[in-house]
Design a binder for this molecule. Structure first.
Ligand SMILES: C[S@@+](CC[C@H](N)C(=O)[O-])C[C@H]1O[C@@H](n2cnc3c(N)ncnc32)[C@H](O)[C@@H]1O
Length: 347
């Protein structure tokens, strides 16, 4: 999708016109830079890393914060840097080669840029980073991860999740997992009872809604919840909306009383949450004891694993432990390459 289409998709939503994407991303990144003198390394494909580093340097200049942008093919630390810096200076370098040329012993903040250009070396692509920025569309940058240590608030999460999915909403159903039969099979296997009240959290375009309605029948209740207005707009425009009520809400703070639902369906959601335990705990709050949680992904767990460099919350042991910590008991776990299905019961 082009930048114009991305922006157009965004503008059709209830959220109103976007601020400039770069400005939003850079304001979140700037807020994450530690106070005092800070060393920031941007890694990824050379051009994309340099683009982000240059824009970050320009933003800091506009904000009046002293900054030094290290450049050059030979990673030489300038002599005046070794002699001491104005307090509060941000030193920025781009490129993996700078890792070995630490001006002070360690980089305080590492930003990884994920883009369309290939990056040589496996560790360059998947290495851990404090911040991950998606630059597949250089006119539509999106932050995909900020480590909890650096994110003083979760303000970044809402704008960035909405921006990421707004750009994908119009074509979502043509991507992987468009096969509604896979959703129907998952709902059937989870044995959601007739007459139940079910919520589809992170419902997107509503792929699971017809199957959930078929499971609970006309006497049951189905509610689709999503944080991205563009996704809700698409779900509403489809016949699927007739199967369920739709709500714009954050699954981490659901507008529902405790023990209100019998079943929670979550497809492709968990790995997008910055704090999986907090999400599972909120889902446990709204589910009655004995109710069930269905975690599904239509194209297998490998498609999701490590997308933000923080590990895989759906791997069996971490998921079992997280479920246990948050009020659930994992009763089913099916993890073949072509799909993912886990079922838990509210304790
Ligand atoms: C990978 S998509 C899956 C959509 C849909 N469940 C499907 O299988 O097609 C994840 C969805 O979760 C939504 N989402 C992410 N974080 C959310 C949150 N905190 N609260 C509600 N929805 C969220 C996104 O807007 C997106 O629509």
């Amino acid at each position: 999708m082009s930048a114009q289409q991305s922006a157009a998709a965004w503008r059709t939503t209830a959220a109103g016109p976007p601020r400039d994407r770069w400005a939003t991303v850079l304001s979140h990144v700037t807020a994450a830079i530690p106070a005092g003198t800070a060393y920031v390394l941007v890694v990824g494909h050379a051009h994309e890393a340099a683009l982000l580093a240059d824009r970050l340097a320009a933003t800091l200049l506009d904000a009046g914060r002293p900054r030094i942008r290290l450049t050059g093919a030979i990673c030489a630390v300038p002599a005046d840097l070794r002699g001491g810096l104005t307090p509060g200076t941000v030193v920025i370098a781009a490129g993996h080669a700078w890792r070995a040329h630490l001006p002070t012993g360690h980089w305080h903040l590492t930003i990884r840029v994920r883009g369309a250009s290939p990056v040589r070396g496996h560790h360059h692509r998947r290495g851990s980073a404090d911040i991950v920025v998606d630059l597949h569309d250089p006119a539509w940058p999106v932050i995909r991860h900020i480590g909890a240590w650096f994110a003083h608030t979760d303000a970044w999460y809402g704008t960035e999740t909405q921006a990421f999915f707004a750009a994908r909403a119009a074509t979502w159903d043509t991507g992987s997992g468009g096969d509604l039969a896979a959703y129907a099979a998952a709902v059937t296997e989870a044995a959601i009872p007739t007459g139940a009240s079910a919520i589809d959290v992170g419902c997107g375009t509503g792929r699971a809604l017809p199957a959930l309605r078929a499971a609970v029948g006309p006497a049951g209740t189905v509610l689709g919840v999503d944080l991205t207005p563009a996704m809700i707009d698409v779900a509403r425009s489809r016949a699927r909306a007739a199967d369920a009520a739709l709500a714009l809400a954050d699954v981490r703070r659901l507008p529902l009383p405790g023990r209100a639902v019998d079943a929670v369906f979550a497809a492709g959601l968990l790995a997008h949450l910055p704090d999986v335990d907090a999400g599972l705990r909120e889902l446990a709050r709204v589910t009655r004891p004995g109710g069930r949680l269905v975690l599904f992904h239509p194209s297998g767990r490998d498609d999701l694993a490590g997308f933000d460099g923080t590990g895989d919350p759906l791997a069996e042991t971490p998921l079992r432990l997280a479920a246990h910590r948050t009020g659930w008991h994992l009763t089913g776990y099916d993890d073949p390459p072509h799909r993912f299905l886990a079922v838990a019961t509210r304790r």
